[in-house]
Ligand binder design. Sequence first.
Ligand code: NDP
Ligand code: 2IT
Length: 450
Amino acid sequence: MTYIQQTISDLKHTSPAQTEFYQAVEEVLNSLGPLLESNDIYQKQAIIQRIVEPERQIMFRIPWVDDNGDIQVNKGYRIEFNSALGPYKGGLRFHPSVNAGIIKFLGFEQIFKNALTGLSIGGGKGGANFNPKGRSDAEIMRFCQSFMNELYRHIGPTTDVPAGDIGVGAREIGYMFGQYKRLTGRYEGILTGKSLLWGGSLARKEATGYGTVYFAEYMLDELGDDLKGKRCLVSGAGNVAIYAMEKLYQLGATPISCSDSSGTLYHHTGIDLKLIKRLKEGRRSDLVEYLTSYPEAIHTQVADYPENGHAIWRYAADAAFPCATQNELTLDDAQALLTNGCKLVSEGANMPSTNQAVEAFLEAGISYGPSKAANAGGVATSQLEMAQNASMQKWTFIHVDQQLKQIMKNIFISASDTAKEFGQDGNLVLGANIAGFRRVADAMIEQGVV
Ligand code: NDP
Ligand code: 2IT
């Protein structure tokens, strides 16, 4: 058995039924061979065994009362995975699919993503199996308050600083912040993604989507190309997708698709982003409503997706930006993209491509920006929010955006140079995994067996 097989086999015993977590571990470990062969310190220090085991996992009950007066119970999570580089940092996801394995894979990815930013942030993640769809504002507030009634004792501005993720935006952050303040009496930077009125950072809302597109620009720049005139498939229609589409338009590209949990929207002449913002940012309507304004656009329901894949990746395009959720791009989808001439994939979502799809992109030699590198702009800008909170400053949009751009450039250079160092020029999966892992592992070694 190789050490990868051994690690996954051990994890299956100690952490059963956590499929997405095994997938994330396998993807990282598969890249580490050349590093581990070049230096046996990581094996001697049992870094692999230590790094796949979270420092702490918290699971809790979230009881709350719905608008009918009925009691609802959800399951809450916070995983404090690795603090070698700084306080635990990572979002909270509210989605019915959330379970221990999903939060664990997200927390694991977050360790290396945060390391790649070059900033002082450790890896964490949390959330609940709560479905915000169809819930009133009052229900959302009561749920967030109940969630914070437990979470508050585990977080702090120098220990663990959560943020948003799927289903958690400025509104939910506001309700959770309010409840933390009421419980503790302290006004401090325990969450990022806050409103601009009370401690949030300009450009945080835009940062993940913008960052993913900046990363794509850096990949293309390496080839003497840019995004101008490129037709782009974007999936998702939430925070990350919307601001990826906005930046694409700003750089002269055309986003021609987006998607949500009901289906895929394709608009040959380009997505009307103002309309998407109207449909999604406040009301969270289904994308099919777009057809009322644009009957010529095509909407495909999930039930009509191709077997083993997703309708969105079957359209011809120059580039793809998966910005919805994990495993939304399969091997069949990857092959369809490649056959139709797609030359670049930059991942806004976390682990949107299956490991087989990633292999297909690497084999084809296209520009492929893996999520932990390409979507790190969100968490990096969260750290800029923390810096502003700690120093009681407020920076301009341009100042934050410039730092975001520089951080995305540094991440690209770090992944790209590391790939070259290990003789795999252009393989940003290997480059990002080794660069992120090495920083965390070296810090762990210096801090002793803790
Ligand atoms: P949002 O909740 O704002 O949007 C999520 C979008 O994806 C929605 O359009 C949603 O559809 C769709 N979606 C969610 N789950 C599914 C599913 N199971 N099947 C199909 N569609 C789905 O979340 P974000 O935009 O913040 O997050 C999107 C991705 O980006 C996630 O993978 C997240 O982890 C990642 N990410 C987010 C960061 C951030 O700063 N927010 C930072 C880095 C990564 P619907 O509208 O129907 O709900
Ligand atoms: O996946 C992610 O990087 C996020 N959801 C953002 C985390 C953060 O702390 O801003």
